[in-house]
Design a protein around this ligand. Structure first.
Ligand SMILES: [Ca+2]
Ligand SMILES: [Ca+2]
Length: 267
């Protein structure tokens, strides 16, 4: 009986490991790096994908100083790649503790240890559009990944006039740029949404009856009239100077506003 129970237990363990094995394959690792050591979590590098981790104390020191530590009980899997597109893990060094494990699938996987990783950053804002495409040498328009000037996050505009377009942007901009991924030319913080500072037209001049019973007109809140400009485009902005319903012989809407040219800013 004891022997039977043992085999049943072994079968359950096998089934559980298969189940976890499938889950590992579903999620990329994409560990965030804040220093020279990553403590790995259980995950899988997607098949045919590259995940590159590098660490430079300064802007560009001599070695890849990143150590990937796979702790006790953690499994990192490199899923199967393809001819010419191997599944790749780039790190400086690897340490494995206790029951931690690094599983390389049967075909087309590679672990590159010690390579430095330079990534494209044409506009020099510290963000790269292709953070897992490594070059092993420095060049103009590249930045050392995870160096002191590098920022995590995908650059959605990397070229002339687009240095302000990146995931770290917090200020709405009055110009536009070319976002080749989404076409949203005002999405300066790269979150996939173009947020206008003035999303709706709010100025209107509407009919009213003043305190003496005369039909007149009244201004509502500040804003553009009828339509709002697109990102980076200027429009006439109405600022209400008097919002009371006055005698039309004394004042009307046009004499109770000031106008100015305001450019639509976006983020
Ligand atoms: Ca950039
Ligand atoms: Ca946005």
């Amino acid at each position: 009986m004891k022997k039977t129970a043992f085999y049943i237990g072994l079968l359950v363990l096998c089934l559980l490991s298969l189940r976890f094995g499938v889950r590992q394959a579903e999620a990329a690792c994409n560990w965030s790096v804040t220093g020279s050591t990553i403590n790995a979590t259980t995950c899988g590098v997607d098949g045919q994908a590259t995940e590159a981790y590098d660490y430079s104390v300064g802007t560009d020191d001599a070695t890849n100083g990143l150590t990937l530590n796979i702790p006790n009980g953690v499994t990192v899997t490199l899923n199967t790649g393809a001819v010419g597109v191997p599944t790749t893990l780039d790190v400086g060094a690897i340490t494995i503790t206790g029951t931690g494990s690094l599983v390389a699938s049967a075909s087309y996987v590679q672990i590159q240890s010690g390579y430095k990783c330079y990534v494209t950053d044409v506009d020099g804002d510290g963000y790269s559009p292709t953070a897992n495409t490594c070059y092993t040498t420095a060049a103009a328009g590249r930045i050392r990944k995870f160096s002191s000037g590098y920022h995590a996050g995908t650059d959605c505009g990397d070229g002339a006039g687009a240095a302000a377009a990146n995931p770290g942007q917090t200020v709405a901009q009055a110009t536009t740029f070319t976002n080749t991924a989404t076409g949203l030319s005002g999405d300066w913080n790269c979150n996939g949404v173009e947020t206008k500072t003035y999303p709706t037209a709010t100025y209107t001049c509407t009919a009213c009856t003043n305190g003496s019973g005369y039909a007149s007109f009244i201004n509502s809140s500040n804003g553009f009239q009828t339509s709002v400009p697109a990102c980076g485009v200027a429009g006439t902005y109405y600022t209400v100077s008097n919002a009371t319903c006055r005698d039309p012989a004394v004042a009307n809407c046009s004499t109770s506003v000031t106008t100015s040219s305001v450019t639509q800013t976006c983020i």
